[in-house]
Design a protein around this ligand. Structure first.
Ligand code: GLU
Length: 401
């Protein structure tokens, strides 16, 4: 029997981030000494208060099905967080908890997109936005953010791509992969453009909110432009800020009608997020900012160190990111050259695969983020590993013929 799969999967690859992590694990299982800079995954331990809270919850018998949209304890902590840090006041039925930020976005797109709808995505972008949109028959429309603008989104560029078919506009600042952080004036100009389009939803993915370099501040569009709040979904989670990627707790604030549609979908798919993970997330959201501030200062130091090491490699270029924990070097001068292993590097994908298999450094090619030829390196790993990775990259590039 030939296997028959749904049309919605046609042409949809697994996300490159996850694929590179899979290749890395396979090489490591064979005994190769791979340095993994592929997944954006903090190397810090989860804060002890989260572990304690999970343990206490489990001991107290909080081991049954939780409500689909999140346990009240966590929803209230989320409401406090949004009010305290984003000046966004959501009511109880305007917040929801999902299995990571990814499921929030999946729910939101699935609840609202029909075939042929357009989802506007500034490029470079996180790999999953267009892939999720395409799964629901929508068409991703990219707005180029220029390197010379520090990859900030220009309101005029956004205005040019909006059409009556636009259903969503995705904003992700601090940006994965470039680290760009739009300032308040830029967001106001973007909001002005969007205010003319009443039927467009706005997805503001703020998962890297705290991870900004000194002097930078990240803003929520729904608080900068309160008239957009009723059609903005503000997405966040505990993965990046609190080094809790494995706990799978993402959340959103948005209009009650949209949240209710998302809850309906989630109730039919995965139900509520793991009960003890929710207790852990509530504890960190209400906890002190000290741990986060410490991690942010370490990421800022590492990112600077990696960018400087990459800039010292003559064939690479590298802008200094303003936030998140990635470096995004350009590798144009390496294309057309041949590796010691005999591969001709035609694309950044070729470069990333050769770097992985010949130099044992895992990265993600820029093609996955809609801006080539670049590589994305996660700096959320130890300084020793980052230094060694940069040495390996320098040697790899030096040996290209
Ligand atoms: N968001 C992270 C990244 O970009 C985790 C992997 C993923 O879900 O794509 O690496």
């Amino acid at each position: 029997m030939s296997h028959i799969f749904a049309h919605r999967l046609k042409g949809i690859p697994a996300p490159a981030t996850i694929e590179m992590a899979r290749c890395t694990r396979a090489l490591k299982a064979k005994g190769c000494d791979v340095i993994s800079l592929a997944l954006g995954e903090p190397d810090f331990p989860t804060p002890p208060i989260a572990i304690e809270a999970a343990y206490t919850a489990a001991r107290a018998g909080q081991t049954r099905y939780p409500p689909v949209e999140g346990i009240p304890l966590l929803k209230e902590a989320i409401m406090r967080k949004f009010a305290r840090e984003n000046q966004l006041h959501y009511s109880f039925d305007e917040v929801m908890v999902s299995n990571g930020g990814k499921q929030v976005i999946f729910n939101a797109f699935m609840a609202t997109l029909n075939a042929g709808d357009e989802v506007v995505i500034p490029a470079p972008y996180w790999v999953s936005y267009p892939l999720i949109a395409q799964m629901f028959g929508a068409v991703p429309v990219f707005v180029p953010c220029r390197e010379e603008d520090g990859f900030h989104l220009r309101a005029e560029a956004l205005a040019e791509v909006l059409t009556p078919r636009t259903r969503w506009v995705v904003l992700n600042f601090p940006n994965n992969p470039t680290g760009a952080v739009c300032h308040a004036e830029e967001l106001k100009a973007i909001a002005e453009v969007l205010s003319d389009y009443q039927d467009i939803w706005i997805l503001s993915d703020e998962i890297y909110e705290y991870l900004v370099s000194d002097g930078k501040h990240s803003f929520s569009i729904a608080s900068i432009a309160p008239d957009l709040k009723e059609r903005t979904l503000t997405v966040n989670g505990v993965s990046k800020a609190y080094a809790m990627t494995g706990w799978r707790v993402g959340f959103a604030g948005g209009p009650a009608e949209l949240i209710s549609a998302m809850r309906c979908l989630q109730g039919n798919a995965t139900s509520g997020v793991c009960s003890v993970a929710q207790a852990a997330a509530a504890a960190v959201l209400d906890g002190s900012r000290e741990t986060v501030d410490h991690m942010v200062s370490v990421y800022n130091r590492r990112r600077k160190m990696v960018v400087e090491a990459l800039r010292a490699i003559p064939a690479l270029t590298c802008a200094m990111p303003e936030g998140a924990f990635y470096a995004y070097p350009g590798i144009a001068q390496c294309l057309g050259r041949t590796t010691p292993g005999g591969r001709v590097l035609k694309t950044d994908h070729d470069f990333a695969m050769a770097l992985l298999e010949e130099a044992f450094v895992a990265t993600v090619p820029g093609s996955a983020f809609g801006f080539s030829p670049h590589l994305r390196l996660s700096c959320a790993t130890s300084e020793e590993a980052l230094q060694e990775a940069c040495r390996r990259i320098a040697t790899f590039v030096d040996r290209l013929q």
